[in-house]
Design a protein around this ligand. Structure first.
Ligand code: ADP
Ligand code: MG
Ligand code: ZN
Length: 611
């Protein structure tokens, strides 16, 4: 029934377009067609033709005279000429006699005219449309789609079609609690109505990429047992102004018909960006956003339509969208903590064959800062590695290797590195490790390797904390900077030169020292002053300066002073332990990869007699 109604609407739209086209055709094209056979000539020719008695008909318009001449061979030609100020013209024509005065004489017949200017274009248009229509419906696999401008293409799920449940989402307990409540409301609205609580209209999932926002929404769809409309913000973005708004309208209309139900808008920042007063404002986007705001106000909260949305750029959203009554709830999906990472690893490991005695905690500790998506990737890489080495199940070493693959890329087995360079790399890495081990506030060394990786790293030192760290003290930050400068310090100390291999260390040390000065208030020169503000917290966290140029210069000086001090400290640690530096570096050169335990046992053993 509904399909028919839509079809009629579409038919009416086609009719309107045809009519418009015909009108335009008549207004602009037809007149020129009609006068196409008229030959332009001059006034004296006109007079001479009158005198010769060849003129049969004359039509006098405001500034134009048209006349029909009978040629010598019996054919007729219509001429036109400009109208002169010639008061005697009429009497001259009259005197000549036998000349017909008409108003318009070219038309063969009114019926023919009507056919040509109205029916023919309509027929042509109809043919044209039917060709396009057929082509489109063939391409889109159904006539229903052919004219679906402004129709939302939300995918509708009913129970369990996504196949995901809350059990698939590990960690993210706060987010899950909030969503469970919403699902519960949709199942037992009476329980809440008794107290008078009303359903939150919308909930906004915010967090960095890969933390499971889309996954959470799919889990809600799997659990909710009500219709679930899922659409991505970019699908509202259309070429024509007004089409996005029409899609929003259509989506909410469908949702209202299916209530209670859930509408999920992924990546809502594409349509929900702040409206600003700039001249280059995007009309289409603004209209779409306005329509969304109106629709969210419009529907009845008791009816049971819940809007879920996800974004990783909450700060760019329009404040109107975030006010209570629209998205009342903000559900953070942060990067997982240690327990969360372990749980996520286990959820994904349950989908692959593993050996029984796997220490997921160790893997979780080595992956601080990894998102759920990265952890899922680590499990998959481990499974692929197991297949490659012909085993039937994933073991611990697969997991440890795949952590490194995800962090630093694959091993470059056939990279040719000269002995001299290998030596420099070994001293560089041991420099890092030794400085880390000789400071109190530094995480233990987990692994040192000089096998090059596809990311461009020629070797690296992995440090892994014992437990989860939420805060960083000033001492820890300084120790970290000293550790980062340790590699370069070893090069300077042993080879009396420096290499380009420290570029990544420099980058990290600068970033940390800068953050200490501008954001953490850990420098001697500035107090608790925010000198930088972070934009895009969830997407890399770029910082922008919020101070005068003079202060900026002081910041640079302070950052340099911090790094310089720590670099000095690292150099003195290494020169105090230069015997160990040599011993460890040679051990590493020989083995290429050493574990934290091997490193510590050599470090704490009695120094061998120098030879
Ligand atoms: P986003 O937050 O960018 O929308 P997704 O929901 O698309 O991230 O997550 C991508 C993938 O990462 C998921 O399909 C899932 O495999 C994995 N993942 C992310 N977070 C979790 C989690 N908390 N538990 C289990 N898997 C997760
Ligand atoms: Mg997503
Ligand atoms: Zn380094």
């Amino acid at each position: 029934m509904k399909e028919d109604k839509n079809f009629n609407k579409r038919l009416a739209a086609i009719g309107m377009i045809c009519l418009l086209a015909v009108l335009l055709l008549n207004a602009f094209v037809m007149p020129s067609l009609r006068t196409a056979s008229v030959v332009e000539t001059n006034y004296s020719f006109f007079l001479s033709q009158i005198d010769e008695g060849n003129v049969e008909k004359v039509e006098i318009e405001d500034d134009l005279i048209k006349f029909q001449v009978k040629n010598a061979d019996g054919t007729e030609t219509v001429y036109s000429t400009g109208r002169m100020d010639d008061p005697e013209l009429v009497s001259r024509l009259y005197e000549k006699g036998g000349i017909e005065f008409t108003e318009s004489f070219e038309e063969a017949s009114p019926l023919m005219d009507f056919l040509v200017s109205w029916i023919l274009p309509l027929v042509l248009l109809a043919v044209f449309w039917s060709v396009i229509f057929r082509g489109m419906s063939k391409r889109m696999g159904g006539m229903g789609n052919a004219m679906s401008f402004g129709k939302s293409n939300a995918k509708m799920y009913v129970k369990a079609q996504t196949g995901k449940t809350f059990a698939d989402v590990a960690g993210q307990d706060e987010a899950k609690d909030a969503l469970v409540e919403i699902v519960d409301f949709l199942h037992n609205p009476d329980k809440y109505a008794e107290i008078g609580a009303s359903l939150p209209k919308g909930a906004l999932l915010v967090g960095p990429p890969g933390t499971g926002k889309t996954l959470l929404a799919q889990a809600v769809a799997g659990e909710a047992d009500v219709p679930f409309f899922s659409i991505s913000g970019s699908e509202f973005v259309e070429m024509f102004v007004g089409m996005g708004a029409a899609k929003v309208r259509d989506l909410f209309k469908q949702a209202n018909e299916k209530a209670p139900c859930i509408v999920f808008i992924d990546e809502i920042d594409t349509i929900g960006k702040k409206r600003d007063g700039s001249l280059s404002g995007n009309d289409e986007r603004e209209q779409t956003l306005n329509q969304l705001l109106t629709e969210m106000d419009g529907f009845d909260g008791k009816k049971g339509v819940v809007i879920l949305a996800a974004t990783n750029r909450p700060e760019s959203l329009d404040p109107a969208l975030l006010r209570p009554g629209r998205f009342d709830r903000r559900i953070p999906a942060e990067l997982p903590d240690l327990a969360g990472r372990e749980a996520i690893l286990k959820v994904h490991a349950s989908k692959v064959q593993t050996e029984p005695d796997i220490d997921y905690n160790a893997v979780a500790r080595a992956t601080a800062g990894a998102s759920g998506a990265e952890l899922a990737n680590i499990i998959n890489e481990a499974a692929l590695r197991a297949v490659r080495s012909g085993r039937k199940a994933v073991n611990q070493s697969d997991l440890e290797e795949s952590v490194e693959v995800v962090i630093a890329g694959y091993q470059r087995k056939n990279a040719v590195i000269s002995q001299k360079e290998k030596e420099i790399i070994a001293y560089h890495e041991i420099g890092h490790a030794l400085v880390a081990a000789k400071q109190k506030n530094s995480a233990p060394v987990h692994k040192i390797t000089i096998i090059p990786r596809t990311s461009g790293a020629l070797g690296y030192t992995m440090q892994v904390d014992e437990g989860e760290k939420f805060l960083m003290t000033r001492e820890e930050a300084l120790a970290r900077i000293a550790t980062l400068t340790g590699g370069r310090s070893a090069e300077e100390l042993i080879f009396n030169t420096c290499t380009s291999g420290a570029s990544n260390d420099i980058e990290q040390a600068t970033k940390l020292a800068r953050a200490m000065v501008t954001r953490y208030g850990m420098s001697d020169r500035f107090d608790m002053i925010a000198l930088e503000t972070v934009t895009n917290k969830y997407l890399g966290g770029d910082a922008s300066l919020a101070c005068s140029p003079e202060t900026a210069a002081k910041i640079d000086a302070e950052v340099n002073a911090i790094v310089l001090r720590e670099h000095e400290k690292a150099r003195s640690i290494l020169s105090e332990n230069i015997a160990k530096l040599h011993e460890l570096a040679h051990f590493l050169l020989e083995k290429e990869t050493i574990t934290g335990e091997e490193f510590m046992s050599i470090l704490s053993s009695e120094a061998p007699a120098m030879v």
